[in-house]
Design a protein around this ligand. Sequence first.
Ligand code: SF4
Length: 532
Amino acid sequence: MPTFHVENFGCRATQADGAALERQFETRGLARASAAQADLVILNTCTVTNSADQDARAAIRRVQRQNPLAKIVVTGCYAQRAPQEIAALPGVNAVIGNSHKHQLADIALPIFSDLGWRSASSAAIDPVNLIAASAAEVGSRGNHQGFLPLSTLTENRELRTENWIFISDIFAHTELLAAPVFEAVGELTQNARTRPNLKVQDGCDNRCSFCVIPSVRGHSRSLPFPQIVREVNTLVAAGYREVVISGINLGRWGRDLAADSGLWASGTIQEASRLEPTLGNLSPTAEIRNPRPAPAVPMPEARSPKPNFESLIRSILAETQLEKLRISSVEPMDWSDDLIALIAASPRIAKHAHVPLQSGSDAVLRRMHRKYRPWHYREKIEKIRAAMPTAAIGADVMAGFPGETNTEFEATRRLIEDLPFTYLHVFTYSARPGTPAAAMPNQVPVQIARERNRILRDLAAEKKLAFMQSLIGKPVEAITLNVAHSKSTGEFTEALTDNYQKLFLKGHHAPNCWLAARIEDLDDGALVGLLT
Ligand code: SF4
């Protein structure tokens, strides 16, 4: 039986795409294998920073060295951004951009038909090199909503003729590739995976001046509600007790779905939720328990005439038995009063708000083309904290954006100091080809950007510690993970609290159980607690 291996780089969205690619190959009869042994290795790349590109190139070299007979297919965001650059690298057999990712198995299998592979639907794909036509097509549309056309984003290197490139204008595509991702914090090397992540939205209609993502992922688009319910119900039936929903711009879910599309009416939802599960190999190691009956959910009087993120959350709670829903990153302006109240009121939604900040300087936010000002941001975070006094509140922050002065950086530092963050993801700015920010004057020297990054990380560590200390003596809810710790003070089971803190729970406990505990102490960057 021919074998395949998918290796993912970058964010959860890319990992969700990778999980869907694995489904594509498995349903066509291929078996999984390691990168060192597979016949076909798919590298699903990221391009959000320069170092992400370097990681992908290093992986190509590694696979070629470890498994010289493998056919290497490169897909993902780097493939979409710079297909010719990748195709020119030794060892690469095909480059398939995000534009063609939903057809990747049907494209790849006929290309490598000399290995005897056949695909039932391969006749639908004409295996021709599409890049010349598509680059011309993209170029003819000119500067697409502030971004350079694809043809100018790629380096003009000579192509090796035996390579295949499948790529076209990402903005012409509306497909959304997604399957649950099962890795969880602290469990990457363990068998039990307890917190699947489900991508329900892809693409972005914002145009932040530093960001390459819209040009490689296209317009914002939503996974239709029946499919979301089907995936969540399948995960619940397989024994999962928490599901994380994510997207590139998650708060925009539903904006592209028509109210009368038939994908939102409750009759259609009920019909869809009766469909057979589509997921395979889902079982966590913990015994599957009967889910608790779903508590009543505050529902709107009638379903919103136009789907939006808040109505999605309400409907997931109403139409599934999911015990805990965790919401990943939502842009500041999508934190409506309704959304905050909904999360605060429901015990089935994790008390966790991730709200990208990027900068606390008004001038920098304007140069970034972000849609909010620092005072809007402050107001949102203060509302979230007032509604949920012990919620995790996190942010993405960028250090060293072009032209960032000491005064502008200080505005960011002060805003972070003032606000009740419990963690931060701090990034150093990295110029991405074709983005407006890459052409801005006064690029910040990398040593200064790194020093600002360090200052913000130190501040984040102080705030995290203060938050953890504030939890001592308080009750928490936590889901047990499949990680045991033996310490001088005894045996502990690792868990993740509802408010996103690592917890060492005294004693041995089965994984994948929601338990109530009381925090006693801190140890090694984690809470220490006892069952109550
Ligand atoms: S909101 Fe801005 S940073 Fe986020 S994906 Fe969209 S363009 Fe990029």
